[in-house]
Design a protein around this ligand. Structure first.
Ligand SMILES: NC(=O)c1ccc[n+]([C@@H]2O[C@H](COP(=O)([O-])OP(=O)(O)OC[C@H]3O[C@@H](n4cnc5c(N)ncnc54)[C@H](O)[C@@H]3O)[C@@H](O)[C@H]2O)c1
Length: 364
């Protein structure tokens, strides 16, 4: 049987665009790869560096050979580009966040539904082997009913002055960065957030307008609770990719990216900087509840990409879904609920009060 092959386009050819191009190159379903940047000079230069074909947006949208478009541009352009691509009949993958406002995200969902289009948002931690393993253990019932999820994330954010990220305001970082980690809390809890109380400290980074420290506490509809503690500054700066080479050093130096997923029959810990996932089982001995560590998986540095931020694996999988005429692996409606969670946390920080999720619009 011959395999279906088609052309694809990547919109936005910065750091993440390079990863999207790499994923497309590694897919057996892809023929030609086109790339778009608004500035023609930068477009030509990046296309040449990445070994793809430079093309203008109208050209990409009108080309019937291009079936799949992935969007890796800066956040404010996600919605207009995704809308244009869906309207042109393309299957679309778009990086998070899903818009700068919930109204925009709602508009995008409605358009996708109206056109019966294909849209997946880049919450690629659903493809991370580390977090897939945690989800697998939860679904197997190995820790019972999930009751409490604690996420601790201490890192050094090294967005340079003057970049589009540095221009973000208020709760920008919740959508831009923490959306991944709130998304995982929803996924692991298997329940929607009911209310959220979030506070942010005065900034550490003087040259940004967004809040760079967040404590976000959530109650879920199933009675479970979650907390996400984030600081953008801890320990020694490292000016390369956060997860490469110096991971062990960074861990020793105070970097943390850890989930404790507590169930009523056991607990799971994921630890990015220790490169491991562990699982405990609680047993009623008759006298007391005993805890024993049952499983531990460690992975080598060479596998960091697939065990942590598996964007490449995600995109390759999405292209395979498109080739086989299948729907998205993670529905855009699911990503929308994570964005709603993020906006609720932002509203709580803005108002200093507990925000119920049902105060915010839903696409339904
Ligand atoms: N999923 C993840 O883990 C993850 C990680 C990093 C970045 N991202 C997301 O990927 C996107 C890009 O991030 P990045 O780190 O590559 O940023 P970047 O600044 O390196 O690249 C962004 C590129 O988009 C281009 N651009 C701006 N407006 C455009 C438009 N209208 N059309 C096409 N291109 C346009 C810019 O010229 C730039 O080349 C962001 O939305 C970011 O949130 C996701």
């Amino acid at each position: 049987m011959s395999m279906e092959k088609f052309d694809v386009a990547v919109l936005g050819l910065g750091g993440m665009g390079k990863t999207h191009v790499g994923a497309a190159k590694s897919s057996p379903h892809v023929n030609r790869i086109y790339g778009y940047e608004p500035d023609p000079e930068r477009r030509a230069q990046r296309a040449s560096e990445l070994g793809i074909i430079a093309a203008d947006l109208p050209e990409i949208l009108a080309n019937p050979e291009i079936k799949f478009v992935s969007i890796a541009s800066s956040n404010e352009s996600h919605i207009p580009l995704a809308e244009a691509a869906l309207r042109a009949g393309k299957k679309v993958m778009c990086e998070k966040p899903m818009g700068d406002t919930l109204e925009e995200a709602t508009r995008l969902i409605k358009l996708k539904q109206e056109l019966n289009g294909f849209l997946q948002i880049g919450f690629e931690l659903h493809y991370s082997r580390l977090y897939m393993k945690a989800k697998e253990w939860i679904d197997q019932g190995l820790i019972g009913k999930v009751v409490n999820i604690q996420t601790r994330y201490l890192c050094t954010v090294h967005h340079p002055k003057g970049s589009w990220r540095s221009k973000g305001k208020g709760s920008f970082l919740i959508g831009e960065k923490l959306s991944h980690y709130l998304d995982l809390q929803r996924w692991f809890m298997g329940s929607e957030p009911e209310s959220v109380y979030a506070v942010a400290s005065p900034r550490v980074l003087p040259y940004v307008e967004y809040r760079d420290n967040h404590n976000i506490t959530t109650t879920f509809k199933n009675g479970g609770i979650g907390v996400l503690l984030f600081t953008a500054f801890a320990a020694e700066s490292y000016h390369g990719e956060q997860y490469e080479d110096l991971l062990a050093k960074q861990r020793d130096d105070g970097h943390v990216l850890q989930y404790l997923i507590m169930g009523d029959k056991g607990m799971i810990e994921t630890d990015v900087f220790a490169r491991r996932i562990r699982r405990w089982t609680f047993t009623d001995t008759g006298e007391r509840l005993d805890s024993a560590r049952d499983e531990e998986i460690r992975y080598p540095q060479a596998l960091d990409n697939s065990w942590i931020h598996n964007t490449s694996g995600q995109n390759k999988k999405i292209i395979e879904l498109v080739a086989n005429g299948l729907p998205p692996g993670v529905p855009a409606e699911d990503a929308y609920q994570t964005m709603r969670f993020c906006f609720a946390a932002g509203l709580s920080e803005d108002t200093g009060r507990i925000v119920r999720l049902d105060e915010l619009p839903d696409w339904k």
